[in-house]
Design a protein around this ligand. Structure first.
Ligand code: F1P
Length: 356
């Protein structure tokens, strides 16, 4: 235990970063008030015709998760768009003449993000807020203001703890800018992660080390789709193994055809779709694929090995931040079991610049 009460780990960088997320996130909670005060020039959010959260890769996935929370907290339609979409097809994402772009980039150096912000500012009078991992970044420079999440630094190529911290930071900004009704609940997220991680690690490690699994499928709809995409991305990036993500019930309509006894399906159900989970699970079982259901699903009567119980006190809209470590751990242990270095998977360059 360190002085903040969280357990510290050392192994390779990725492992340490995954396991530091509860502690880093506690710092994110502590900094929320200062962060919101530093962007008062961009408030109130009600003045904007559109709010668009954007990023690439993991940063887009976290934008997608955050957009559902912003929508609910602000009572305004908030959309997420990959930066390359926003850059080349801005008209598909804009409704009005006063947009706010929230540009997310851990490195602050991803060119699509920077170029999308520049185009929206110059051609669509957008205002822009950067969410980055370090101050003074190119994306930060392109925006009106920058919030740098320096509490979750990462040496590894693949984003892990920064995903959780920036996502929680975005929840806190929207909550702080609205009624602040969820402040106490959001402050619990770090300790919920600290409690969940030791319990979920053996489960994800076990799955990662199963060499008879040759395909991972992550299912999540609506507010869980960004999370499912992110989990698939972690396995793909860290373990260099293609992994797929689908909307839960959409999976029934075609994609399930690819399942067999060597497939592992991991489901993040939303409460609204729970009445239909039994049907989905039965169809998956017919294919002889294995299933892991994350979260509380009363009445489904699943064997313990197929069910990862998580703390359900947290409002559903915030659960992607609590669950994000699952895909990170699976990617990590899958990489290790394949003899790969999770800190630096081959084929991944940190920044490949587009021609401006
Ligand atoms: C964006 C990103 C990462 C991803 C990959 C390539 O980075 O897509 O999310 O893991 O390594 O870059 P950033 O804009 O958040 O720095």
């Amino acid at each position: 235990m360190n002085e903040s009460g969280f357990t510290s780990y050392s192994q390779d960088a990725t492992y340490g970063e995954i396991h530091s997320q509860a502690e880093s996130c506690a710092e994110t909670v502590a900094r929320a008030g200062d962060r919101l005060r530093s962007v008062t020039d961009l408030l109130p959010f009600e003045q904007y015709s559109d709010i668009i959260l954007t990023g690439c890769g993991s940063s887009y996935n976290l934008a997608n998760c955050a957009s559902f929370a912003w929508d609910g907290l602000l009572g305004m339609t908030t959309r997420a768009a990959p930066s390359s979409e926003l850059l080349f097809h801005p008209e598909s994402y804009l409704n009005g003449s006063k947009p706010l772009v929230v540009a997310i980039s851990r490195t602050g150096a991803t060119t699509e993000v920077q170029l999308a912000v520049e185009r929206l500012r110059s051609e669509h009078s957008a205002r822009a807020l950067a969410i980055t991992g370090m101050p003074g970044s190119p994306v930060g420079e392109a925006c009106d203001a920058e919030l740098a999440f320096t509490e979750c630094p990462e040496d590894s190529v693949v984003m892990t703890q920064a995903f959780t911290c920036m996502l929680v930071g975005l929840y806190l900004i929207a909550d702080g800018a609205s009624k602040g009704s969820y402040a106490d609940e959001l402050a619990q997220i770090p300790s919920l992660i600290a409690a969940a991680l030791p319990a979920s690690e053996p489960v994800m490690r076990h799955l990662g080390e199963q060499d008879d699994i040759d395909a991972f499928f992550f299912l999540g709809s609506s507010l869980m789709k960004g999370l499912a995409d992110e989990c698939a991305l972690k396995v793909t990036e860290m373990a260099l193994q293609p992994a797929l993500s689908h909307r839960s019930l959409e999976f029934r309509h075609g994609p399930k055809a690819a399942l067999n006894e060597h497939s592992q399906v991991i489901i993040f159900p939303t409460s609204a779709e729970r009445p239909h989970l039994a049907t989905l699970l039965a169809e998956i079982k017919e294919t002889r694929a294995s299933t892991l259901l994350v979260g509380d699903a009363p009445g489904l009567g699943h064997r313990r090995s197929e069910f990862l119980s998580m703390d359900e006190r947290l409002s559903e809209i915030f659960r992607p931040a609590l669950y994000a470590h699952l895909g990170q751990l699976l990617g990590y242990w899958r990489a290790r079991s394949k003899g790969l270095n999770p800190d630096s998977p081959r084929h991944l360059a940190r920044t490949v610049l587009l021609e401006a």
